[in-house]
Design a protein around this ligand. Sequence first.
Ligand code: SAM
Length: 285
Amino acid sequence: MSEPPAGDVLRVPFQEAETIIITEPRGQRHFVQLKHGDKFHHRRTGHISHDIIIDSPPGAQLMSEQGVRVVCLRLTLEDFILKKLRRRTSIIHPKDLATLLVRGDVYPGARVLEVGLGSGATSLILLRFIGRTGTLTSYERREEFVDPALANIRAAHSLLGDPGATHEVKVSDVYEGIEEEDLDLVLLDVPEPHRATPHVYGALRPGGILLSWLPTVTQVYHLVRQLQDEPGWSEVETRETLQRSWAVAENAMRPFHRMVGHTGFLIRTRKLSVGTGNWELGAGS
Ligand SMILES: C[S@@+](CC[C@H](N)C(=O)[O-])C[C@H]1O[C@@H](n2cnc3c(N)ncnc32)[C@H](O)[C@@H]1O
């Protein structure tokens, strides 16, 4: 049988066993797993039977038994990553995952390697965007992280929209080498990416992209100086993405007092085809 069209799984009514968001009138959110016969209860809202939520459409506004109106929504992938994904490692924050999709030029059908798998947050975003014709390989050095990460990916499967991408996980150390070739993108989320750059160079297609995610400036300095010294890289860039939410009410508009202050830096560079073209032979100078 052919796969359902992308996105259909997100349009169906709420299903038994699905975790949904119940939002109170003032915006407080509750993550609730639906089960026939159960009731959601909170002191501010009162009771709502799961039986009336199951088979309702996403976005349904329902009245509790005490007369309080709540909104029921399906989780987005961002909700899942921030609130439901079980973390065994640090993860890349969704604001930075969004950035890396564009900086990595991720497209449906892309061939991508990510290192390491960690908790699977980055894999989820990549799997969604490379689509059913793409391939994602994830290297992870520590075998004990693989099953929990795959459990996270399975738990979010119905939220992907188009869950057809091929995903292969390898227990492997990127500092020792990369088997894959002709890749569009390699994403390194490891502490010493400078130890992997020669392997990444061999694995990328000409013009392919290396992204490295790093939390500290000393790591950035080490990697960037090395990339600037190696002949095979062009356009080495370092960026940080800051995100600030705003509160908007009648006659009052201001940034939130709290924000995520620091997550990390994204280094991006592209593979040159060393030894090709006439410039290196002296004709273009
Ligand atoms: C910060 S976590 C990755 C988190 C992941 N990007 C996510 O969003 O869930 C870094 C992972 O890289 C793995 N790792 C570290 N060095 C590695 C190496 N040389 N080769 C493969 N995996 C490595 C660690 O075991 C860890 O699981």
